[in-house]
Design a protein around this ligand. Sequence first.
Ligand code: ATR
Length: 284
Amino acid sequence: MNQWGMDTATVMHGVFGDPIKHSKSPIMHNRAFRELGLNAAYAAFHILPGQLKDAVAGIRALQFRGVNVTIPHKLEVMDYLDEIDEDARAIGAVNTIVNDGGKLTGYNTDGIGYVRSLKEEAGFSAAGKKVLLLGAGGAARGVAYALAKEGASAVYIANRTVSKATELADSISAYAPAYGMSFDETIDIRNDVELVVNNTSVGMHPNVDEVPIDTSWFHDRLTVSDLVYNPLVTRLLREAEAKGAKVHGGLGMFLYQGAYAFEYWTGREAPVAAMREAVLEAFR
Ligand code: ATR
């Protein structure tokens, strides 16, 4: 091996996105490979719209073992794969590709990654519980689906554009009772829910003073989770903590979507602690 630890046997991985410059995935996965002593590497690829089909063909040609797919390619990439996992099909997006000898299978690890991080980091399991999700965009889809599949007794989805909340609720209603609503209507279900998740971009850098919902009703039996991880602690989480609620930050979902991808590619348990350390170092 050379000074970077790479040689002709190195197993290649990567992430396709646009933009991709700020991705922490290479740092996270390369640390994980190193931690387990695997001869593998992971790089970021800036794939422009219109070039995704060729890029996916490149996975086969170059014999990459695995690729993550991020904004804006998670939907279109499904057209170029040989097989799509049932969960990814239900969510309608792929973020992880596994290459088995030229056969490409698409998975979605965002939702299951979220549920696993919620369990590991906040000790929260959604089975039998009512949950309130804020937002109905791309990030909300995987979270809503995974919480429904975990057995939530009700999934309430509030969104600025109510029709999108209703559509998302309808799309998961086969797995759990689900209801779309406006932010105002959440007043009626506040006292029933045990988890609130922010799936909107509200509170994200640079708009760090914004909160997606009034927090005056938060209490100490509630878990409040924010998918935003820049900043690591949002105003929503600070206000939740002040009310005694348990808080769960967005870094967890990023870490555990990566952990599942790593496990699909390598068949090894992901070294999550080392991955977290690498990502936190990169944020400093
Ligand atoms: P992502 O892939 O990150 O989920 P997205 O699909 O664009 O991004 O979804 C962004 C989510 O944040 C949506 O639910 C959006 O609400 P709308 O569907 O009404 O657009 C929500 N969102 C973004 N900015 C918002 C704001 N200022 N107030 C309330 N909701 C907002």
